[in-house]
Design a protein around this ligand. Structure first.
Ligand code: DDH
Length: 292
């Protein structure tokens, strides 16, 4: 079913802008939840919905929104994402014509843009699939592993070393939760603002293994309030990754440009080109831009 058939009308950019605005307005309704915003967990939902893509078999990705179904919804990597899907459910009720894949990815775009991140070109056209389309477990990265694993996972999606590093910069946002992944704490001092702080901290701070009962993670020597996963730390130890980490630590505008391109592509993986409602992706406006 195309976007048009599902809606009974042909939704246009202005219709998707309305969905964007509704998502943008609910980000701050998080109250005591985490750091006061649903933004980070919505970005993680968009990423986990898309990062299942496998270029060899051309399966996975955001097209069918298969995380709605077990066992994908129960894959350990997706722990906690029921919260994000739940936050978006009233938005789906308000705009029943939008597909789940379009909604989840558009919400990720809204979360990044509203957190002062770069513009993320986005377009509509994903359709809802079925239980039979769920992807096998193990397609998303395992934080306990090293550089080879990162390359296996991201090359499978069609990304290169530079894009692996750029995409990892999303960890400027949000935090780890012991009851979801087992890890604990935020990567940066401002987990609701999209910035290059993750790279600056990785590059400039001294990191040491945390002594605790949980899984192996690093803490910053100075304040012991920040964390890095083993897979984050690889971005300053691996020779090829390292030069990009330095480049993004040095210049936020370079990071924003590369992140925007890679994240935009991530959200489109596996969607047949015939499904897109437009040839060129759109730029959705932020709430602030619409007030001007
Ligand atoms: Fe991530 N991520 N991620 N991540 N991620 C976690 C949280 C968040 C890995 C592991 C974890 C990306 C890459 C990787 C976000 C976005 C992105 C958590 C903590 C783990 C563990 C979950 C929890 O306990 O709540 C690993 C490993 C990788 C990798 O190897 C590269 C990418 C590419 C993105 C992206 O968006 C492009 C965000 C945002 C969060 C914060 C979620 C939250 O609730 O806060």
């Amino acid at each position: 079913q195309s976007a048009k058939a599902a809606a009974g009308f042909t939704p246009k950019l202005e219709d998707y802008q309305k969905v964007y605005n509704t998502v943008a307005e609910l980000l701050d309704e998080a109250g005591d939840y985490d750091d006061g915003s649903y933004g980070p967990v919505l970005v993680r939902l968009a990423w986990h919905a898309s990062g299942t893509y496998d270029k060899e078999t051309n399966t996975g990705g955001s097209n069918y929104a298969t995380m709605r179904f077990a066992p994908e919804s129960l894959h350990a990597a997706n722990n906690g994402l029921a919260i994000a899907r739940g936050v978006l459910e009233p938005v789906k009720q308000k705009y029943p014509w939008i597909s789940y894949g379009d909604l989840w990815t558009l919400a990720g775009v809204a979360a990044i843009q509203e957190a002062s991140g770069p513009k993320i070109p986005w377009r509509a056209g994903r359709i809802d699939g079925f239980e039979k389309d769920v992807t096998p477990d193990g397609r998303l990265p395992d934080a306990t592993q090293g550089a080879d694993h990162l390359r296996n996972i991201f090359y499978r999606m069609g990304f290169n070393d530079q894009e692996i590093v750029a995409l990892s910069g999303a960890h400027a946002l949000g935090r780890c939760h012991t009851d979801r992944s087992g890890f604990e704490g935020p990567w940066t001092f401002s987990p609701v603002t999209f910035s290059n702080q993750y790279f600056a901290l990785l590059w400039n701070e001294k990191w040491q293994w945390r002594k605790w009962n949980g899984p192996k993670q690093l803490e910053d020597k100075k304040t012991k309030s920040l964390m890095m996963l083993p897979t984050d730390y690889v971005l300053v130890t691996d020779k090829s990754f390292k030069k990009w980490t330095k480049a993004y630590a040095d210049d936020e505008s370079v990071f924003f440009k590369d992140f925007s391109a890679a994240f935009s592509r991530l959200l489109e993986l596996g969607v047949p080109t015939t499904q897109w409602v437009t040839q060129t992706p759109w730029e959705l406006k932020t709430l602030a831009e619409q007030e001007e």
